[in-house]
Design a protein around this ligand. Structure first.
Ligand SMILES: *[C@@H]1O[C@H](CO)[C@@H](O)[C@H](O)[C@H]1NC(C)=O
Ligand SMILES: *[C@@H]1O[C@H](CO)[C@@H](O)[C@H](O)[C@H]1NC(C)=O
Ligand SMILES: *[C@@H]1O[C@H](CO)[C@@H](O)[C@H](O)[C@H]1NC(C)=O
Ligand SMILES: *[C@@H]1O[C@H](CO)[C@@H](O)[C@H](O)[C@H]1NC(C)=O
Ligand SMILES: *[C@@H]1O[C@H](CO)[C@@H](O)[C@H](O)[C@H]1NC(C)=O
Ligand SMILES: *[C@@H]1O[C@H](CO)[C@@H](O)[C@H](O)[C@H]1NC(C)=O
Ligand SMILES: *[C@@H]1O[C@H](CO)[C@@H](O)[C@H](O)[C@H]1NC(C)=O
Ligand SMILES: *[C@@H]1O[C@H](CO)[C@@H](O)[C@H](O)[C@H]1NC(C)=O
Ligand SMILES: *[C@@H]1O[C@H](CO)[C@@H](O)[C@H](O)[C@H]1NC(C)=O
Length: 390
């Protein structure tokens, strides 16, 4: 982890995290110059290096200020930009009332230098709007907490995302920010940049591992009341939590190049427990036909191709369902997402779930075996009652 490599001021933030393997190396470049963004570059050289021309990066035309040396070692690069935070309330009688948008490109960010932990491989980028007429941020802040990993495993904190050595976790935190409505909900807009040849797709799957995430009760209709009453009662039934992946695939679909992966839950507590879960929904992925905010590292790296051959896709992630008052009450929201290269990790059954399943499946099986034995014994005994008469 390197903070502002080659620059001795902490007025801007650029964090370089890299992982070197025997044949390749990966670079993550996090920055708050412009809108908060991360650049992900995979190279096929174990010694590829990040180069930054700082005078150019901090100039009004940063194109070309960030590159990887040697340039031909780059096999895949992408970027993720956190552009906007929307806030709205359900307005009576119908519709949604949107409050003025928080544009993350117009935030002022603290130096993350003092939050760097080289042991835990974490850093936190925290900011408030540069101009906050409503004073909503006077007691709060918006932050992105980055965690890099040295090996594969599962994050200890909920939502306990699985990770690999070449992925990083990002936690979006909204703490203490005063909501502008009585039942405000927040929506985070996330944009991705892909070069020619790659496309983003949203995949959704049900997690099979229930131990780590709250079960969301979905209300469905169609359970007839006893007695044949045709009236239907909404009946909550548990559904496994959803795991969403925004994957980058090669145009011909032959390989997965990178991903963002998250569970459909955010948390309303600093020390998240399952009962603090807040529903989180992804709205459709859109090809964004707008120019990105002047997120300098993205422009600095992709240069002019940003406006021509690159595709920008964006999606909204909303927090809170019908329980709109959760944020009002807790004034805390955290949402975790894993970023990485290649295929996203897949949940397998955890030992606890396996043992529960084993007990659940095993008990009837044992009963069945025991039952058969008893029947056999009983039959033996019955036969023995009819001893040969000879
Ligand atoms: C970051 O912090 C370290 C230790 O506190 C300090 O030595 C270094 O100069 C700081 N870097 C910048 C760019 O401010
Ligand atoms: C930062 O670096 C510049 C030149 O690169 C130098 O002139 C300046 O004195 C340095 N500032 C500090 C605080 O080290
Ligand atoms: C950095 O960029 C500036 C402006 O484009 C250029 O004049 C300068 O030579 C560059 N520095 C290096 C070391 O490439
Ligand atoms: C860094 O993280 C480790 C492990 O979480 C912790 O024990 C240590 O106190 C942290 N260091 C700092 C400076 O916060
Ligand atoms: C900020 O906190 C102070 C003291 O806790 C409180 O009096 C004030 O109303 C809060 N302001 C906002 C905007 O929530
Ligand atoms: C919020 O609730 C208070 C009291 O319940 C009410 O007076 C106020 O009009 C509500 N504000 C909005 C924006 O709904
Ligand atoms: C898909 O495209 C990649 C390069 O974009 C190429 O290397 C690969 O062979 C292609 N696969 C198929 C099945 O066409
Ligand atoms: C995107 O915007 C440009 C100009 O802003 C326009 O020419 C083009 O038709 C738009 N494309 C789509 C798919 O809407
Ligand atoms: C996200 O939601 C806001 C507010 O409804 C909308 O203006 C924006 O276009 C949406 N963005 C995407 C990528 O759908």
């Amino acid at each position: 982890m390197q903070y502002n490599p080659g620059w001795n001021s902490s007025s801007v933030n650029l964090l370089h995290v890299w992982a070197a393997g025997p044949r390749d190396s990966l670079h993550y470049v996090w920055s708050s110059i412009g809108a908060p963004a991360v650049l992900l570059v995979a190279t096929q050289s174990p010694s590829s290096a990040l180069r930054v021309n700082w005078t150019q990066l901090l100039s009004p035309s940063p194109a070309g200020a960030i590159w990887i040396d040697p340039p031909d070692s780059v096999v895949y690069s992408t970027a993720v930009v956190f552009t906007k935070l929307f806030e709205f309330s359900e307005a009576k009688p119908s519709g949604e009332l949107f409050y003025p948008t928080y544009d993350l490109a117009e935030f002022s960010w603290d130096s993350l230098n003092h939050t760097l932990n080289h042991t835990a491989l974490t850093a936190e980028l925290s900011g408030v709007p540069a101009n906050d007429p409503g004073g909503g941020f006077s007691n709060g802040s918006l932050a992105f907490r980055v965690t890099a990993y040295e090996g594969q495993g599962r994050e200890g904190r909920l939502p306990s995302l699985l990770h690999t050595a070449d992925s990083s976790q990002l936690e979006f935190l909204l703490a203490g920010v005063a909501p502008r409505g009585n039942s405000s909900r927040f929506v985070l807009e996330v944009a991705t940049v892909e070069e020619a040849g790659a496309v983003r797709r949203l995949r959704s799957q049900r997690s099979i591992d229930d131990e780590y995430t709250p079960t969301i009760f979905e209300v469905s209709e169609g359970w007839p009341r006893a007695g044949g009453d045709p009236a239907v009662l909404p009946c909550p039934h548990p559904v496994p939590p959803q795991v969403l992946s925004l994957v980058a695939e090669s145009q011909n679909g032959s390989s997965t190049l990178g991903f963002l992966q998250w569970k459909a839950t955010a948390y309303g507590s600093r020390h998240p427990r399952r009962e603090d879960g807040i529903q989180c929904r992804a709205q459709g992925l859109q090809v964004a036909n707008w120019t990105l905010p002047v997120s300098s590292i993205v422009q600095a790296y992709f240069g002019d191709s940003l406006g021509s051959t690159c595709t920008i896709s964006a999606l909204n992630v909303s927090f809170g369902g019908e329980e709109g008052e959760v944020y009002q009450e807790k004034r805390y929201l955290s949402w975790s997402v894993l970023l990485g290269f290649g295929e996203p990790p897949r949940d397998t059954f955890s030992p606890l779930v396996i043992s529960i399943t084993a007990v659940a499946l095993g008990t009837p099986l044992a009963m069945l075996l025991l039952g058969s034995c008893l029947v056999l014994l009983a039959q033996r005994r019955r036969y023995s009652e009819y001893e040969p008469i000879n």
